[in-house]
Design a binder for this molecule. Sequence first.
Ligand code: CP
Ligand code: NVA
Length: 318
Amino acid sequence: MTRHFLRDDDITPAEQRQILDLAVQLKRDRFQAKPLAGPQTVAVIFDKSSTRTRVSFAVGIADLGGVPLIISTASSQLGGKETASDTARVLERQVAAIVWRTYAQAGLEEMAAGTRVPVVNALSDDFHPCQLLADFLTIREHRGELAGLTVAFLGDGRSNMAQSYLLAGATAGMHVRVASPAQYSPDASVVADAERRALETGGSVAVLADPAEAAAGADVIVTDTWVSMGKEDEKAARVKTFGDYQVDAAMMARAKVDALFLHCLPADRGYEVTAEVIDGPQSVIWDEAENRLHAQKALLVWLFEQNEQTAPARKAGF
Ligand code: CP
Ligand code: NVA
């Protein structure tokens, strides 16, 4: 069975640790691993805009000795013109992995079911698991162990970032609090999956309405745009609803005195976060953005190791 990375709980707690340990090594010695020497190609497909994901996958695949093939959906046969599973069967004969930023999680599942090469979720409406690997590498660099830390996500609880924090945080043994207006609460099944993981790891999960309660005593404060890609038509209503969830200096002051501030970027400055916080001494957003590179390289190396027996394009012939 091919291992994919479509959501944060596709990996076990031990595997998450292994990938983060490898990311630390690859950050120290950037050109040490060359699993894509050949060079082999990785397809990186975008249905939505991107700066960080595009750059970090392109640079990372090159660092690993390979060639990134960046495909924009609009100029391909994807996007309703050809099914994800037919696309997957074409790609797997030629590429070593498929990285895809898309809308529905179901599309990624269809792509993964149709191929023997690893499929990586580069952001869907539901999850952003690559970002969480980078966030956790960053938190480890600044705080050491992840297990036992309390992280508070304030804002859109139904967003990919909030839901990934629930799953990845529970996997890491963290205490994850998500504070959002009731109509933007995380999906109940994601919360249930995170709760199950937390039972295994000693972490915990709390879905709250009050941002101040979530932030109280936290080790890490996280937010993200109130208007995720695909929700632009709802901007006016969202800005009104999320006003109380803004991370400003007063909100940061509720957390631990040395609490970290994270944001996956891009940020709508003045909305979900004020300039004094995002540019302030507790913010680690630039480390976080850089760590996309190291974390995703570790993920790819790990996936290639897991899938050595099943990936057709990594062998000499078919
Ligand atoms: N954080 C993140 O995924 O950024 P991009 O949308 O620029 O890729
Ligand atoms: N939640 C945001 C993340 C962007 C990287 C979005 O989906 O637009």
